[in-house]
Design a protein around this ligand. Structure first.
Ligand code: ZN
Length: 493
């Protein structure tokens, strides 16, 4: 029932003004015809704030709309009365009250076929969940329309990753789970007709099982989480597996440092894969889509290429919540412009982007869509467990992770937060467990590691413990957990 999408190949070459015209048009349609009429949560919020949907004319008007936080989603989910408040639910009364005469006539004249199409468009048939470690997972509903969009975005991702060869073979090592990463990847294969083989990750068939599949399939692309793929590539190196067909490794879910890329490419080289590109992706459950980096050397990040027709990122000052100037740092706030099922508007991601969003054409691929180029940091406690106090200092755990995994000497690592002697009244202890690359002496690089963590977070580890990689894999639950346990916090809440 909505306007067809502009082809991605065309959109990505439009200039900024033309792209914004698309964003504006789609925002207006979305707010007036879907979000305001069919979302109980936003209709109430707009009414309380005295915002008329007709007043939303362009993306500049977003700043006048209320923000949405993870807490809003959790609160609604916990309340049986408000459980479906974020889901778009059209009723005959709402359609009568909010749709234009033309649209109402089309629905009326279309008879049962048009009504059935509307039901199909809006009735949820799939869910993914957030993966917060302490908060209850929040479910996001998709309808058949949204699954089409998931496929569209998957196609765009493979295009940005330059997977154009119809003979491409992609090994999908994300864990089987109702999580965006697995399904976004799977749908990319379905949409484009590329071979996409899911292994289910380490928990399902073990690292050995993943490698056996890789040896049989001879993938040209491997996609998964950085933690599991680095481990799998090391095993491949030890077993002298043949991965010589691999040209590209795509990492999801976490920030990837040049050091980790280098370690991965060394392992790949030992398996016969030379000149492999390693790219990242950025996505989150609440967006129901992910964004890709185009191919570039290990030491540069071309940034995540955005889709201005499907969603808008604003950059806000996380304290004042006012928009920052172009090129300034701030928290990313996301508004999807299409989609049915569970819809958010101006969602605070909690991710801090340094120096804002870039609008210049990408120097690596020439596409003209906006890009998030810098590394992302935690800006607020939106993703709870990632931001925590250690010895009284607020620390971004993911940031510690990227500092440690960037070190060439470190093979595996885990952060343990506990109380001295496990006494709740005692001080915090910050223990870093590491295993070193083969042949390195215990304590090697310790001074530098300690200093780098201190520089990055203002807190130094209470001590660094050395273990064998085999012990570390046990601590991490590499083959027994859905996601390895990088951060263990045993302090009482
Ligand atoms: Zn690019």
């Amino acid at each position: 029932m909505s306007r067809p999408l502009i082809p991605w190949s065309r959109l990505s070459q439009l200039d900024r003004r033309e792209q914004e015209a698309w964003s504006n048009q789609r925002l207006v349609e979305h707010v007036r015809q879907r979000l305001y009429p069919f979302s109980a949560h936003y209709r109430k919020l707009f009414d309380q704030a005295g915002i008329r949907p007709e007043k939303v004319r362009s993306i500049r008007d977003l700043a006048s709309l209320p923000l949405t936080t993870k807490k809003d989603l959790i609160d609604a989910q916990m309340d049986p009365e408000r459980k479906r408040d974020f889901v778009l639910i059209p009723t005959p009364e709402k359609i009568r009250a909010h749709w234009s005469l033309g649209r109402k006539l089309a629905l009326l004249l279309g008879g049962e076929t048009a009504r059935e199409a509307l039901r199909r468009e809006y009735t949820p048939n799939f869910l993914t969940f957030t993966t917060g470690r302490s908060a209850e997972p929040v479910g996001f509903a998709y309808t058949p329309h949204d699954l089409d969009l998931l496929g569209e975005v998957g196609g765009r991702m493979l295009d940005v990753h330059a997977i154009h060869d119809p003979q491409a073979r992609i090994l999908n090592c994300f864990p089987f789970a109702p999580h965006l990463a697995f399904w976004q990847t799977t749908f990319a294969g379905f949409e484009t007709g590329r071979m996409m083989l899911p292994t289910g990750g380490g928990k399902l068939m073990g690292t050995a099982g993943n490698l056996r599949l890789a040896e049989r399939m001879k993938p040209t692309v491997i996609i998964g989480t950085p933690g599991f793929l680095y481990h799998m590539l090391r095993e491949a190196e030890a077993k002298r597996s043949d991965l010589s067909a691999v040209k590209l490794v795509i990492l999801g879910a976490e920030k990837v440092t040049p050091g980790l890329k280098q370690k991965m490419s060394m392992a790949l080289e030992a398996c016969g894969a030379r000149e492999v590109t390693i790219s990242g992706t950025y996505g989150f459950t609440e967006a129901r889509m992910a964004f890709s980096e185009c191919p570039a050397p290990h030491d540069v990040s071309p940034g995540y290429h955005l889709y201005p027709d499907l969603g808008i990122f604003e950059v806000l000052d996380p304290q004042t919540l006012a928009p920052v100037g172009e090129g300034e740092s701030g928290e990313l706030v996301f508004t999807p412009l299409d989609g049915r099922g569970t819809m958010v508007c101006r969602y605070r991601t909690g991710d801090l982007v340094v120096n804002g969003i870039v609008h210049e054409p990408c120097p690596h691929c020439g596409r003209r869509v906006p890009r998030i180029t810098s590394e992302l940091r935690r800006a607020s406690d939106q993703k709870d467990m990632n931001l925590t106090k250690i010895k009284g200092t607020l620390v971004d755990l993911a940031h510690i992770g990227s500092v440690v995994s960037d070190m060439i000497e470190v093979e595996e690592w885990q952060v343990v937060l506990k109380k001295v002697n496990d006494d709740p009244h005692e001080l915090d202890e910050f223990i870093l467990r590491v295993s070193l690359r083969g042949g390195l002496e215990r304590g090697f690089g310790e001074k530098e590691l300690r200093q780098r963590i201190l520089d990055a977070t203002e807190v130094a580890p209470s001590r660094i413990e050395y273990h064998t990689t085999k012990e570390m894999l046990e601590f991490l639950g590499m083959e027994t957990e859905m996601k390895e346990k990088r951060f263990l916090d045993t302090r009482p809440k």
